[in-house]
Design a binder for this molecule. Structure first.
Ligand code: ATP
Length: 337
């Protein structure tokens, strides 16, 4: 049975690998986190750090030659039972996807079928999981469109995807994700392609909807300013691993991992006008040729011989950190463990 204290999602030691001709790519390497009901977690990192593969691993969307090779993925939906997502049959997992866990992609056309009217798609999405009449499903669809700020929802249900603007199309995809009141939504950079005003509206709506319905949200993004405003907690990924993790206010205001500090410093909004943009020196390492020990050592000003060992993820000052040389907090900020 679920209990109030049980996280809606618990991920422990997740490893996802791709067997390629050049060798084993460890796309997700020993990733752990948990999310409470109604909580929003930002999953951030540079391109290729393993954010999307972490999200896809949770819902069984890793295609060969990729494979989830280790880890525990436990979902505790409102319905009461606790689901071990790795042990579910393909059919049972299909029953979870789009129902208890929904996914929103950067491109809404990954969700929408261009040749079908919106009502056909939304009614089908409800009835795939619930025995309700078409009329009830249509009402649910209209209510979901209204929730994401689409005016005249009954009329808009009769339109095709190409009759919506980019921002409205993404709202429709979000409405489809919300249809069955999921316990968890995984959103993979859904507002990156939208202009800032529309992005701001959608972010505020998503935040409000998650708070109101108790739906947990994993927001995958490389944009720290979005995560700072939206999320409660943040997990920072580098080369397939989580390097820093904790409450947004701790991690983004007082970063202790040199990579998190570099990411924050290189955000364009943080850089003074007229000066060259700051960058993290060097390149993300190839996942096929990771150095022994800390994957960030070649780009880190604090690295020394000890970094050739594998840094463990340890609890420190209200967060979890994978670094032998954590940046000190100003003395006034020190928090007891
Ligand atoms: N089909 C594949 N074959 C081999 N390796 C793959 C494959 N798909 C993904 N990978 C590996 O998985 C790693 C993580 O990819 P992922 O898409 O999760 O990164 P990401 O952090 O979401 O990046 P982005 O922000 O660009 O989407 C990549 O660096 C790549 O090496």
């Amino acid at each position: 049975m679920t209990s109030a204290s049980q996280p809606v999602l618990l991920v422990e030691g997740l490893k996802t690998q791709f067997a390629t001709r050049a060798g084993i790519v460890k796309a997700v390497d020993d990733v752990s986190f948990s999310i409470e009901r109604g909580q929003i977690m930002g999953l951030v990192g540079e391109s290729g750090s393993g954010k999307s593969m972490t999200g896809y691993s949770l819902i069984g969307l890793i295609d060969p030659p990729g494979q989830v090779v280790a880890g525990r993925l436990r979902l505790a939906p409102r319905t009461g039972e606790v689901l071990d997502l790795r042990r579910l049959s393909p059919r049972a997992l299909q029953g979870v996807r789009g129902n208890r866990i929904a996914m929103i992609f950067q491109d809404p056309m990954m969700t929408l079928n261009p040749v079908l009217r919106i009502d056909t798609q939304m009614i089908e999405a409800v009835r795939a999981h619930h025995r309700v009449s078409e009329r009830v499903a249509r009402e649910r669809a209209a209510a979901a469109l209204a929730k994401v700020g689409i005016p005249s929802p009954h009329e808009r249900l009769l339109a095709y995807p190409h009759q919506f603007s980019g921002g409205m199309r993404q709202r429709v995809a979000i409405a489809i994700a919300l249809l069955n009141e999921p316990d968890l939504i995984i959103a993979d950079e859904p507002t990156t392609a939208l202009d800032v005003t529309v992005q701001g509206q959608i972010l505020a709506q998503m935040q409000g909807l998650c708070r109101a319905s108790g739906t947990a949200l994993i927001w995958i993004s490389h944009d720290l300013s979005v995560v700072a405003g939206l999320a409660d907690t943040v997990s920072v990924m580098y080369a397939g691993r989580i390097v820093e993790q904790g409450p947004v206010a701790e991690v983004l205001d007082r970063p202790r991992h040199p990579y998190t500090r570099g990411l924050i410093a290189s955000a364009p909004s943080r850089n003074p006008r007229g000066r060259p943009l700051q960058q993290i020196p060097g390149m993300t390492p190839s996942l096929l040729a990771l150095p022994q020990g800390c994957a960030f050592q070649a780009r880190c000003a604090s690295a020394n011989a000890v970094c050739r060992n594998e840094p463990p993820l340890v609890a420190l000052d209200g967060r979890r950190l994978r670094c032998f040389h954590p940046t000190p907090l100003p003395s006034s900020c020190t928090i007891a463990n």
